[in-house]
Design a protein around this ligand. Structure first.
Ligand code: PLP
Length: 369
């Protein structure tokens, strides 16, 4: 290794995903069900608002915490849902930016962060970068949270529990009982509960129940990326106890500085755009995929996001995905998100024809067992 490279870079292991994408590079016109972002266009009024903001000269830095009209609009929405006296919001550089600030603000070297396996890939890397250690709580085979398992994972060094619902890669939405139990555990043990709700608008069987409803100290991180198809805009937000948000803002000032300024103006417009047609399309695709997979794969019904995480029909996740790639289908092996290599992630952020072609290949692969 080059002598200048810091040890903390070791906590990022992207070799697995690199191997998949190296293999994928040889594919011509793949059936791509690996994409982690919506396939719809940014609604026209949101595009127009971004262009208008640039033309109106909103191209300088904004205030660190974000522009006042967007903060006010978000704060009103959050207060209407949660009604916590001490809850403040800030605008971040993507949900990823909020995650970085959360870790920097709350996790000291040696602190433990409880995450649920399978998990969003960034969590383990980010905790590691600040010297923290992820403690994994297994949720196989149904991807449900067992509060007893969480309680058993708590030690005197536990600083944070990080929940992601609807979850990437499973699409599973935590139930009210699960989030209530988690909220209470965190409160009893004085542990920070962080709730990554980036997929909250993509809930198909009822609205998301946030753990913040049961634990007013919960730090919620959320964003515009997925809801409005603007992953490249790098716009997120975080809300939680005022003192924590203040420290996160201070750290933002010395790192990201602010979220992209003109796009914050467009986010105000976005908040009034009805995305329910897109959500309905995703729900329909979920149902289509689930009924097509039911006979050949063991699959937990996901209540949200745009992912399905079936168990492979044979072999390991890696072996199965290699065979899928040989058959021109790109999906992601489960070990990218997990200590287990038994499942694979399908994204249905793709048009119907692509999903149908993918289903055909999956049927063929299942019969190879
Ligand atoms: C669970 C989860 N959290 C956070 C992010 C990051 O989103 P953003 O584009 O807002 O940084 C993603 C993106 O895939 C995600 O799946």
């Amino acid at each position: 290794m080059h002598p200048w490279i810091a040890q903390r870079t070791d906590c990022v292991d992207s070799s697995g995903i690199r191997k998949v994408f190296d293999l994928a590079a040889s594919m011509t016109d793949p059936i791509n069900l690996s994409i982690g972002q919506p396939d719809f266009d940014v609604p026209e009024p949101i595009q127009a608002a971004a262009i208008d903001a640039i033309r109106a000269g909103h191209n300088t830095y904004s205030t660190t915490q974000g522009i006042a009209p967007l903060l006010e609009k978000l704060q009103a929405r959050i207060d209407a849902e949660l009604g916590h006296a001490d809850r403040r919001v800030m605008i971040t550089s993507g949900t990823s930016g909020a995650l970085v600030l959360t870790m920097l603000t709350m996790v000291d070297p040696g602190d433990e962060v409880i995450i649920f396996d399978p998990y969003f890939v960034m969590y383990e890397a980010l905790a590691g970068m600040v010297g923290g250690k992820c403690v994994l709580v297994d949720t196989y085979p149904d991807f449900r949270i067992d509060p007893e398992r969480v309680a058993a994972a708590i030690t005197p060094r536990t600083k944070m529990i990080l929940l992601n619902s609807p979850g990437n890669p499973t699409g599973v939405v935590a139930t009210e009982e699960e989030v209530r139990a988690l909220a209470e555990l965190a409160e009893q043990h004085n542990i920070a509960l962080v709730s990554d709700e980036i997929y909250r608008e993509f809930c198909y069987d009822g609205p998301l129940v946030s753990p913040a409803r049961f634990n007013p100290q919960t730090i919620v991180i959320d964003g515009f990326s997925k809801t409005y198809g603007v992953t490249g805009w790098r716009l997120g937000f975080a809300h939680g106890p005022a003192e924590v948000i203040e420290k996160m803002t201070m750290l933002q000032q010395y790192t990201f500085v602010c979220a992209p300024h003109p796009l914050q103006w467009a986010a105000i417009t976005a908040m009034d755009v009805d995305m329910s047609d897109h959500v309905a399309t995703f729900r329909r695709r979920r149902d289509m995929l689930l009924s097509a997979l039911a006979d050949d794969f063991e699959v937990v019904q996901p209540g949200g996001a745009f992912y399905v995480f079936p168990r492979v029909a044979w072999g390991t996740g890696t072996e199965f995905v290699h065979e899928a790639i040989k058959n021109n289908l790109l999906v992601i092996p489960g070990n990218i998100f997990s200590r287990s290599d038994t499942h694979f992630r399908i994204s249905y952020a793709a048009d119907d024809a692509t999903i149908e072609r993918g289903i055909e290949v999956l049927h063929k692969l299942a019969k190879m067992r």
